[in-house]
Design a binder for this molecule. Structure first.
Ligand code: PGA
Length: 243
């Protein structure tokens, strides 16, 4: 806990604005920075805010590079539920970031180890991630790093747990259509980011939030490893923080 800054904001929109402040400060200080991005519902107010700030002339994404945390295995980039498509629709299509400066793991990779290695290599070539955005799953996952007996180091393939598939089925027509596997940055990839911002909203995330930041550090709660990162800002709404 020593290094975690905690911001409790009243609403999900206020969480988005507070997170946008962190991104804005970085992009002003380092216009060609490397940001790590996340999908899910929680980052949406942040993405809306970033779009609005660039339109208002306060931000410039034209030199920013971005690497996403994860992608479903088996989904093409233009699949309605792919994370590439999510990023295009919710952020990239509305800001000046260059398409070649955005990477998302390739859901259709034929050679998975080669794709994962190339993904790590690209981040390394860019000079590493300056600021990594994270959400958290109800089981404590970050990216698609689910609870297990160790902390996986690098970008790799994972089997999705029943809990995660259940949580994500709201975006698909049925549970059967939710992929059973995904590609994700490893815990080591995430921990190598120079700065991390985690956004958490909603009362349903309260218990896992407390376990992650105030419980023991264990791979059974993947997000708990963040207690050992030197620069984490946790931004949560009042509902997630609780009393
Ligand atoms: P959510 O997903 O923001 O949609 O709750 C977070 C996560 O599963 O990492």
């Amino acid at each position: 806990m020593l290094h975690t800054n905690i911001i409790v904001a009243p609403t999900p929109e206020a969480v988005g604005a507070a997170a946008a402040d962190v991104f804005e400060a970085l992009i002003h200080a380092k216009p060609a920075c490397v940001i790590g991005l996340a999908t899910g519902s929680t980052p949406l107010p942040l993405y809306r805010e970033l779009i609005a700030r660039e339109k208002a002339g306060k931000l410039d994404f034209s030199r920013v590079r971005s690497a996403n945390l994860d992608e479903y295995k088996g989904l093409a980039p233009d699949h309605p539920q792919s994370y590439r498509r999510f990023m295009q629709e919710n952020l990239f299509d509305h800001i000046s970031i260059k398409p070649e400066n955005t990477i998302v793991p390739d859901g259709l990779a034929a050679d998975v180890p080669a794709m994962c290695e190339a993904y790590e290599k690209q981040i390394e070539t860019w000079g590493g991630v300056d600021l990594q955005l994270l959400g958290i799953g109800h089981d404590g996952h970050i990216g698609f790093n689910e609870p297990e007996d160790h902390f996986p180091a690098m970008t790799h393939e994972v089997a999705l747990t029943a809990m995660t598939r259940e949580a994500n089925k709201r975006f698909f027509d049925s549970l059967d259509e939710v992929p059973t596997a995904a590609f994700t940055m490893g815990i080591g990839t995430v921990m190598a980011a120079r700065k991390i911002v985690m956004v958490v909203t909603g009362a349903d995330k309260h218990d896992i939030l407390m376990q992650s930041f105030f419980g023991p550090v264990t791979p059974q709660v993947p997000a708990s490893i963040l207690q050992f990162h030197p620069d984490v800002t946790l931004i949560c709404d009042a509902a997630a923080w609780g009393k």
